[in-house]
Design a protein around this ligand. Structure first.
Ligand code: HEC
Ligand code: HEC
Length: 274
């Protein structure tokens, strides 16, 4: 009977459409979750690279304010975004948006806001992203300079990269990967690190000037910075592997799809045999 056959086909097409849409919606849900996780990862990385130096690796505050806190505001996202974009004039907090001459795009600031607000729960940050380790070759001390450049490199990564770039290529701060036209470059570099540059964002680092570094540490930093000029084996920015957990979404969708197909075939057969 053609009438039954047609309705069986109609059912079959419905089932196929249903199965296909279920399959793809499972993919969409999965993609949605992944984007959030990736956003958090990106924000965490940007934070470690740019903000941890002043705000502490866990937002606990250091030179900068505590960020791991609740924001009593109706739109905390807008408050935080605004501060990051414009900085806080008259304080060490620089403006970060490209519109204000900073290094970060709107998308990057968006990721940062997302990451910082993930602290609002008061618990541990949702993502543990350590600072990207910088792989640097072992450096030979420069004969007439007293500091240890390898220890200097560690100090540099912790305190200076944010403004001067991984390879001293310059960012908010000046280019350090250059020749120092001075008879005793070690003394002039050391002097700037100890005293900072008045009227610029370059802070004074020596304890004598209220900074956090000892004289020995400043010697080490000086020795490291002077190796940048020779560029003996340009150091590379370390890659950070962020292992994203495997999502169960796909295999789940495949199983449901397969089950629906089996039912479909069953329905087709029974309607044919009738
Ligand atoms: C050179 C140091 C420094 C760096 C680097 C820095 N900040 Fe700040 N930040 C500060 C200081 C200092 C304050 C507090 C200013 C004040 O109100 O006295 C501050 C304040 C803030 C505030 C407002 C806190 C509040 O309680 O209202 C936010 C948000 C913030 N910073 C985010 C960031 C982000 C995001 C980054 C990285 C892109 C960053 N900061 C990098 C020094 C820094
Ligand atoms: C908040 C940003 C910032 C941080 C952090 C920072 N610097 Fe600077 N630094 C600057 C700026 C900006 C200048 C350029 C100042 C000027 O001459 O106007 C500068 C200049 C210098 C110079 C002189 C460069 C030249 O051409 O004369 C040296 C050396 C230097 N910084 C070393 C360091 C070291 C070492 C650290 C880490 C302990 C550090 N800086 C951290 C912003 C920064």
């Amino acid at each position: 009977m053609p009438c039954i056959k047609r309705s069986a086909w109609f059912l079959a097409v419905l089932f196929i459409l249903g199965a296909v849409s279920l399959y793809f919606s499972a993919f969409l849900v999965r993609a949605q979750e992944e984007i959030d996780q990736e956003k958090l990862d990106r924000g965490a990385r940007l934070y470690q690279e740019n903000c941890a130096v002043c705000h502490g690796p866990d937002g606990e505050g250091r030179v900068g304010a505590t960020l791991a806190r609740n924001w009593p505001s109706i739109r905390p996202d807008l408050t935080v975004q605004n501060t990051i974009e414009n900085g806080i004039p008259g304080t060490a907090m620089p403006p970060w948006s490209q519109a204000n001459g900073g290094p970060l795009s709107e998308d990057q600031i968006d990721d940062l806001v997302y990451f910082i607000l993930s602290w609002q729960t008061g618990g541990a940050p949702a993502v543990e992203a350590g600072p990207s380790p910088t792989r640097r070759p072992t450096l030979e001390p420069i004969p007439e300079v007293s500091g240890d450049p390898n220890n200097g490199a560690v100090l540099y990564d912790a305190n200076c990269v944010v403004c001067h770039g991984v390879n001293g290529e310059g960012r908010i701060g000046a280019t350090l990967e250059r020749n120092w036209p001075s008879i005793r470059p070690d003394l002039s570099v050391r002097n700037v690190i100890m005293n900072g540059v008045a009227g610029s964002p370059m802070p004074a680092w020596s304890q004598a000037n209220g900074g956090p570094l000892t004289d020995q540490e400043i010697d080490d930093l000086t020795a490291f910075i002077l190796t940048l000029e020779a560029a003996n084996g340009a150091p590379q920015s370390g890659e950070q592997q962020t292992a994203l957990p495997v999502q169960p979404g796909v295999s789940w969708a495949i199983w449901v799809g397969a089950l629906i197909l089996v039912i479909l075939v069953g329905v087709l057969f029974s309607s044919r045999n009738r």
